[in-house]
Design a protein around this ligand. Structure first.
Ligand code: OXD
Ligand code: MN
Length: 585
């Protein structure tokens, strides 16, 4: 590997002095090196080899039982002023945080190997690409990053000695939850993550870099880093139109990203292509349109609920060269999780490594157990996935889980109104989550845990982007989760969501009509294709109603939510709220 990189080397040397590892290994990304790391992981028990006939190249990993999810309470934005992190982020001054972290990192890699991993978010040499170095003491993290990003010697080559690389220092250290910190220093392009080995906290390219740090870079440089899927929809004429979608967790984002059209659509020649399932970097192109890339190279998906029925494309993606974390380990060296099939295995080990009795009532896989799978494995991966220019976005959809308030779909009147629609995104808690059922959690643009600066300034940045776009995408809100009074879902969801996406895309091309309502444009019921959907027109009419009383209550909630942003709330959003309140009077 090339080491003629004084800036990079100086930074790595500094971390070596702090963490005091026994050995330092630079990751070149070669198959030989990865195989060697797997062997080392098997030897220490950090990894378990899976059945190589049935799951070639696949390995299994268990995280510490106290370390199974992102820790929002211990995630910090460390910029000079608290106001710049805003009311929705934890904040600490950079010097104070570094003083707190220094003793935790000091000597934490003694007796261990430090891995230095150069990686790129985005296709190498793409105008979107950003480079980083992750230092870690975890083989699991190295191998996961080799799936989720483009990593290794070629990246170091591409980086040259540009001091602008994103620095990431990760250490599992003692996995002590009391000393667990996921910290971001946007003014220094620095991430420091310690005492967790869980993906969302430890694979620094993903949430830490591609969202929290990148949202800051995007604001400075005139682009956007968003928690969005990217889907290509090919119509029977062979035209592919692209849509981005932001959804809070448990709203079917990965399923939408890998959507299979209903039979009625497939028969006509419709196809869908996955460009990304979690993160989109969006840039105005020279043509005034918004262009998107998925900066990742793999999927870090929730396993439970993924099946041949719900998402065969995701399942197929995991069959080779994948890592499974905290799922059930079967005696034949394959894996299982709740919702995979109706056939829970006997004599298997649960996610903690204990013998599991499927009749015990306790789940075998952790509810947040994961697969880490290469994007190239996905049967519906877009032919444009590797296009360094990205894909042009015609529509953005926001969505949440709302039993009554939000209609199946509504389109914003213009860009600024669309920003308002994204800013008021919310999802209702289901029985599975903590808190009162039906209570709403506001999650603007699905960025609540991922926006690396003041959310009010972030909304202003969204508003300002309009000036850079002569052909902005249309913005719509969708809700697949409306229920009747008995709590039954009224819309079939999954592949049938294409019927709604089709209307949104036709709106983007001036091919469909709409009716004006208090909250935005609604489809005419006849403009949603219901053939073979199992939904009658009356149900659709119900799905498209806007209950004014509920929306008045909604406005009170929005007003209270907005209040915390004080003078950082863009005036334009306050105006949009007033307009909505007036329309509902
Ligand atoms: C994820 C998340 O893991 O949003 O993608 O938490
Ligand atoms: Mn996500």
């Amino acid at each position: 590997m090339t080491h003629s990189t004084p800036h990079i080397t100086a930074w790595v040397d500094e971390q070596v002095r702090l963490c005091k590892p026994d050995r330092v290994v630079w990751i070149d990304g070669s198959e030989e090196q990865k195989a060697q790391l797997r062997r080392e992981g098997f030897a220490t028990g950090e990894l378990i080899e899976l059945n190589q006939e049935l799951l070639p190249g696949c390995v299994y990993h268990r995280s510490h039982p106290t370390d199974v999810a992102r820790v929002e309470a211990r995630t910090f934005i460390c910029c000079e002023k608290r106001e710049d992190a805003g009311p929705t982020n934890n904040w600490m001054a950079p010097d104070e945080m570094k003083a707190l972290l220094r003793p935790i990192y000091d000597g934490c890699m003694t007796g261990r190997t430090m891995y230095v991993l150069p990686y790129s978010m985005g296709q190498l040499h793409s105008p979107f690409a950003k480079y980083g170095i992750e230092i870690t003491d975890s083989i699991y993290v190295v191998l996961s990053m080799c799936i989720m990003t483009r990593a290794g010697a070629a990246v170091l080559e591409a980086m040259g000695d540009d001091p602008g690389f994103i620095k990431g220092l990760h250490a599992k250290a003692e996995l002590d939850p009391e000393k667990r910190y996921i910290t971001h220093f946007p003014q220094e392009n620095l991430i420091m993550s310690v005492n967790s080995g869980y993906g969302g906290n430890a694979l620094l390219g993903k949430k830490c870099f591609a969202l929290r740090i990148a949202s800051n870079l995007g604001r400075q440089e005139g682009w956007m880093a968003e928690h969005m899927l990217i889907l290509g929809v090919e119509n029977p004429r062979g035209e592919v139109r692209y849509v981005c979608g932001a959804f809070p967790s448990a709203c079917g984002k990965t399923n939408l990203a890998m959507l299979i059209p209903p039979k009625h659509y497939r028969d006509q020649g419709w196809k869908c292509w996955c460009v990304g399932d979690d993160i989109a970097w969006l840039r105005p192109g020279a043509d005034g349109r918004l262009w998107a890339v998925n900066p990742e190279n793999g999927f870090f998906g929730v396993a439970p609920g993924t099946s041949e029925k719900t998402n065969p494309n995701a399942l197929a993606s995991t069959k080779r060269n994948s890592i499974f974390t905290n799922v059930v380990l079967k005696p034949d060296g394959t894996v299982w999780w709740e919702g995979l099939d109706k056939d829970p295995p006997r004599d298997a080990l649960d996610w903690k490594g204990n013998p599991w009795d499927p009749d015990s009532g306790a789940p075998g896989a952790h509810p947040n157990s994961r697969f880490t799978a290469p994007a190239a494995n996905c049967p519906c991966i877009s032919p444009e996935f590797e296009n360094p220019q990205g894909v042009p976005i015609s529509a953005i959809v926001f969505g949440g889980r709302r039993a009554k308030t939000a209609p199946l779909v509504y389109q914003s009147r213009d860009w600024a109104h669309g920003v308002f629609v994204g800013s008021i995104m919310a999802s209702e808690k289901t029985a599975a989550a903590e808190g009162k059922v039906g209570e709403t959690r506001r999650d603007p643009m699905a960025m609540l845990p991922f926006c690396g600066y003041n959310m009010g300034d972030y909304w202003q940045h969204w508003l300002d982007m309009e000036k850079l776009l002569t052909h902005p995408p249309v913005i719509a809100n969708v809700n697949w989760f409306r229920t009747d009074d008995e709590g039954h879902f009224l819309w079939p969801g999954f592949g049938d969501n294409l019927r709604v996406i089709e209307w949104v895309l036709r709106r983007a091309f001036g091919e469909a009509e709409a009716v004006e309502s208090e909250i935005g444009y609604l489809p005419k019921p006849e403009d949603i294709d219901l053939a073979d959907a199992g939904v009658d027109e009356e149900t659709l009419r119900g799905l498209l109603t806007v209950d004014k009383a509920l929306w008045k209550t909604e406005c009170e909630g929005i007003r209270a939510y907005y209040a915390q942003f004080g003078d950082r709330l863009p005036a334009r959003l306050a105006e949009e709220l007033e307009k909505l309140e007036a329309a509902l009077k």
